[in-house]
Design a protein around this ligand. Structure first.
Ligand code: 8OZ
Length: 378
């Protein structure tokens, strides 16, 4: 029998009702890093996804890089998330939280005591972050020049990941996803363009992957590998990130991840939110070889793919066994009932990009459900 997107899936003991995942989507509606009641409504509306991955959620004040993104490091934020997990579970959904440290993709005004953001090396990204002023006006501004982290500071950051993972489980999340993609702190360590260190965390591929492996080890020790997933973006240029040899780098990463029985590996193919065949280095990235390297090394985690999938491409990836799970991003913003629409082949609503980042319920919780009529009205 052919496997379909609508078949259930056993994610390391977590029973998903289908293989359609809501990808992490930054929405900037959490003032003081606290998820609001409307956040619970937003996720509850999307609880028919097989799995929800929350928007990127900051593990510490230092890990903060954008206005009004949520955190996991204050009691108020944890209370806000508790309301989210309660309502998603009440609707039969499953939800994991994405753990985030932005590294250099920040602005000093968002940092404790207006200090520079931290990074593997003191190299400013040619990138922007998002601020909201006292009048509520949002704007994109260049990221600040970071300072290089001392090796002696890394255990503290790894501990922040560990603490956030523990807190996530305590407020009812079904697991966590380590955000190692899109040019944020972990990815900054991985890639040559942002990591010019000469210590054990820089230079060759083994050294550049050391920080990622330390985070994975700490988090899995704390909450168990079965509750831990990870997101990687081998070739994305997002946030001014480049590596000349992504295939070698990410095959090393993926083999190293087989040391833990992780729940899933989440791969962004191509440029995040952009072209799927984006290339870094001299050859196109070979995703099938990456997956084979993982399986050959004994890796058993579910394989989740993402980036601009439509229904036909997703169906093909599942039917051919290329993927176990497909994460959809933007379609979930404007189609709370995306699973049902795909199942019934109903039209999809187009998201309004002007309400992606910041604002209120408009463009957040006011996208309608499709009216499905299963019988002939007489
Ligand atoms: C869009 C805007 C701000 C942040 C990512 C967390 O790219 C993000 C993000 C996306 O992973």
């Amino acid at each position: 029998m052919t496997t379909t997107l609508f078949d259930s899936f056993d994610l390391s003991g977590l029973q998903l009702t289908n293989r359609i995942v809501m990808a992490p989507l930054t929405r900037n509606r959490s003032p003081s890093a606290v998820p609001q009641p409307i956040t619970a409504t937003y996720y509850a509306q999307r609880a028919s996804a097989g799995l929800i991955i929350t928007e990127a959620t900051v593990i510490s004040a230092q890990g903060q890089g954008y206005a009004n993104v949520p955190g996991l490091y204050t009691q108020q934020a944890l209370d806000g998330w508790r309301a989210v997990t309660n309502v998603v579970h009440a609707k039969g959904g499953k939800i994991v939280v994405q753990l985030w440290h932005v590294g250099r993709i920040s602005h000093y005004t968002l940092q404790p005591d207006n200090q520079p953001p931290v990074a593997p090396s003191a190299i400013q990204a040619q990138s922007k972050t998002y601020l909201i002023d006292a009048d509520g006006q949002g704007s994109f501004v260049p990221t600040s020049l970071p300072r290089a982290l001392a090796a002696s500071e890394l255990p503290g950051i790894i501990d922040d990941y560990r603490r956030a993972a523990r807190a996530a489980i305590e407020v009812g999340f079904d697991g966590i996803e380590i955000h190692a993609a899109n040019g944020y702190l972990i990815d900054q360590f991985l890639r040559l363009s942002s990591n010019h260190r000469s210590d054990d965390y820089g230079g060759n591929i083994e050294n550049r992957a050391r920080f990622l492996f330390a985070v994975v080890k700490a988090v899995t020790e704390e909450i168990g590998a079965a509750r831990t997933g990870i997101r990687l973006s081998p070739v994305t240029p997002t946030n001014d990130i480049f590596d000349p040899e992504p295939q070698l780098l990410f095959e090393h990463v993926i083999r190293g991840l087989t040391s833990h029985a992780l729940s899933y590996i989440h791969i962004i193919e191509g440029a995040t939110g952009g072209t799927r065949n984006h290339q870094q280095g001299n050859t196109p990235f070979d995703y099938a070889t990456l997956k084979q390297a993982y399986r050959d090394a004994g890796g058993k985690a579910a394989w989740m793919l993402n980036n601009s999938y439509d229904f036909a491409l997703a169906r093909q990836a599942i039917e051919t066994g290329q993927a176990d799970l497909i994460a959809f991003g933007r379609p979930f913003i404007s189609n709370p009932d995306l699973v049902e629409r795909l199942r019934k082949d109903s039209p999809l609503a187009t998201p309004d990009t002007s309400t992606f980042y910041g604002g209120d319920e408009h463009g957040y919780t006011d996208y309608p459900f499709f009216r499905h009529v299963d019988y002939q009205e007489s």
